[in-house]
Structure formats: C-alpha cells, structure tokens
Design a protein around this ligand. Structure first.
Ligand SMILES: Nc1ncnc2c1ncn2[C@@H]1O[C@H](COP(=O)(O)OP(=O)(O)OP(=O)(O)O)[C@@H](O)[C@H]1O
Length: 348
C-alpha cells in the first residue's frame, strides 16, 4: 500500500485531519482516525426576525414546506457549489458541534480536504475554501469529486486500464473515464435526483392537475425500473387538487411517470456517450467488459442502473453505499490508505 510520495498534493492531503463533501442534498464529514462522523441534509432553518439559527440537518429538512412566515428554510449548497458561505459555515459548525462538542471543533479543522465537482468554476472552488476558512481551517485541499468517488468505490484507478464512473447526486451528475490515476475524459451535467423529482411533480401537475407532496415522490421512483407490460398498470397517488386546493387521489399510469423521469436522464446518457467519444479506442474497449460504476445518492433510485444499461449497452454496477463513496474516498486519502504518485488533486 505504501508507495513513493511523488505527488505533493497527496502528501498535503495526508496532513489533513478532516474531509468534507458539501453536497446540494447532504453534507458529509470524515475525521481522520474516527471515520464518517456526520451525514446530514445540507439544510438550515433560521428565524428571520432575529437571524437566529433554529435547526440544521435532518431537523431543518423536516420543517421544509411546513414553516410559519418568520421561519425560512435555507439550502446553502446548490448546483455543486456553496451559494451562501455564511449559512454553510453556521450549518457546518452546528452539525460538527453536535457530533464533536464545541471545544473539539476547532482542532480538526486546521487542515481540511474538500471535494468539488469536476470542472467547477474558480468562484465555486473559492467558496468551498472560504467556507472552511471560516471554520478555522488554515489550509484547504480541493479534490475532484470524481477522483474521490472512484477511490471510495475501490476502483483500480491507478491501473493502465480504463474505469468509468458516474456520480449522480442531487443537483449534478459527473461522468469520467479514468486511467493511470488521472481523468482521461469527463463531463458534468446539471441534472441529478432533484431534476428527476421535479419532472415527476410536473407530470402529475400537467396530466392530473395534482400537486404532489414532496414525501410522495420517492415511492414513484420505482416506476423507472418497472417492467414494460402490455397493459397500463396504474398506482393510486394522493395529493392536492391544483385548482380547488382540496385533497384528492388519482390513478397514475406507470408509463407516463417513467417517461417523465427518463426525459432529464437523457442528459446523463448524452454525457456518458460524450465522454466515451473523447476517449482513445483502447480505453473504450476496456470498458466494454468492465462497464460503468454508478455512485452518488441517486444511484439508489430503483431501476436507474437498468435504464443506463439499456441506454448504453454497457454493464452497470452500483457501488456499495453509493451515497457516501466520495467522502469515504477522501477519507482514505487523508488516512494515507491510497497509493500516492498516481492520484491527481487540485491544491490551492
Ligand atoms: N433511496 C433513494 N432512492 C432514490 N433516490 C435517492 C435515494 N437516496 C437518495 N436519493 C437521491 O439522491 C440525491 C442525493 O444524492 P447525494 O447525497 O449524492 O447528493 P449530494 O452529494 O448532496 O448532491 P450533489 O452531488 O448534486 O451536490 C437526492 O436527489 C435524493 O433524492
């Protein structure tokens, strides 16, 4: 496992004590020596009359859509970037304060590793760094999420054969082919689980004039992978009538929901074919057997792997715990469990 530390960035990563994945849906924190210590929704609730923080994480998420006028539920991370640095700092401080105790909070933050989506803008990378500086970090190492996730999946990224990873999160999907520890070709599209959920909600609104409560969307995900049958299978769905505002139930056809979910996913399929088009033929040939590793929280969507298999004709494997692979990969880097020399990191 120990190799030659020829990559200075990896040497810097080994000095980090904390690894953070600030996602649009969830914030995950890995502490060296302790493992994953926090995995909470990236949500904060504030009292707008006083500016006081009322809740963070799961407690704040439960309040979404149910708040009185003076409470605002905020999501400080969107589209793969921290969009409200001050709120992200307050949220992280509380999430970690709850887990570590206030006094231990400053120490682990001295050197932090943070993953950022592939191809993120300099301003987005800066925002991630500023967020960590506000928590007391003196140095921040940025790592491409695709590299962190590939390491977290246990892919043999340092080998001279191609591996392909698709990280499907809440707001973005990142696709890459890696070989010899580096990204050969990659693409990020602004489509993830949230876009799929919005497509389902919009379909119910257009086709049935029904407003779907947010907790009712996930049970409909299974329609993506439902076998196509000759008949028209239907499911009963409860919601609110768009016009009258009254509670109402409708029978929803599987095929309509499946079609709605597939529409945003065409961008993901296009990204996969685009990445393959930019790869040397030898690497593409490797992938015919190895296929695609699917990671990110949306990889848990039933039928997504099957849909991608059908659309690309390639084998698709879902990572173990696909939602946490990126932070686990970062964790492996700061623990020194990754072969040096071959991994590419972004250092600022
Ligand atoms: N069991 C599940 N079934 C279907 N979808 C799921 C499941 N679990 C999580 N998701 C979806 O996964 C997404 C969150 O994934 P993940 O935690 O990887 O996002 P993130 O890293 O916070 O987002 P991003 O990478 O876009 O910043 C959400 O859209 C959520 O609805």
């Amino acid at each position: 496992m120990i190799g030659v530390p020829s990559n200075p960035a990896l040497v810097q990563l080994r000095r980090c004590t904390v690894a953070v994945d600030l996602g649009a849906a969830r914030t995950r924190v890995y502490l060296r020596g302790s493992g994953l210590v926090a995995d909470e929704p990236s949500v904060a609730a504030i009292d707008i009359r006083t500016g006081a923080l009322i809740a963070v994480g799961a407690n704040a998420e439960q309040m979404a859509g149910r708040t009185p006028e003076h409470i605002r539920v905020s999501r400080p991370v969107a589209g793969g970037a921290v969009v409200d640095i001050a709120m992200a700092q307050r949220m992280l401080r509380h999430i970690l304060g709850d887990k570590l105790g206030r006094r231990r909070l400053r120490m682990p933050m001295m050197r932090a590793a943070v993953c950022t989506p592939h191809g993120s803008e300099p301003i987005a990378r800066r925002a991630a760094i500023e967020t960590m500086y506000g928590l007391g970090a003196r140095r921040v190492e940025l790592v491409d999420t695709l590299i962190a996730a590939a390491v977290g999946c246990g892919l043999p990224v340092e080998h001279p054969e191609a591996t392909m990873i698709v990280v499907c999160g809440a707001g973005t999907t990142q696709v890459a082919v890696l070989s010899l520890g580096s990204i050969v070709s990659a693409e990020t599209v602004p489509v993830g689980g949230d876009a799929i959920d919005r497509a389902v909600v919009q379909h119910l609104r257009n086709a049935h004039e029904l407003m779907l409560p947010s907790q009712s969307v996930r049970p409909l995900h299974q329609m993506l992978g439902a076998p196509a049958t000759g008949g028209t299978p239907t499911t009963e769905v409860h919601g609110r009538d768009v016009v009258s505002g009254m509670a109402r139930s409708v029978m929803v056809e599987t095929e309509g929901v499946r079609h709605a979910m597939r529409t945003p996913l065409t961008a993901v399929v296009d990204a996969i074919t685009g990445v393959l088009r930019h790869c040397p033929p030898d690497l593409v040939a490797d992938l015919g057997d190895r296929g695609i590793m699917l990671a990110g929280g949306s990889a848990l969507m039933p039928g997504l792997d099957l849909m991608l298999r059908q659309a690309t004709g390639m084998p698709v494997h879902v990572a173990d715990r696909p939602d946490i692979v990126a932070v686990q990969g970062l964790g492996a880097m700061i623990e020194g469990r990754v072969r040096p020399a071959l991994l590419e990191t972004l250092t600022v």
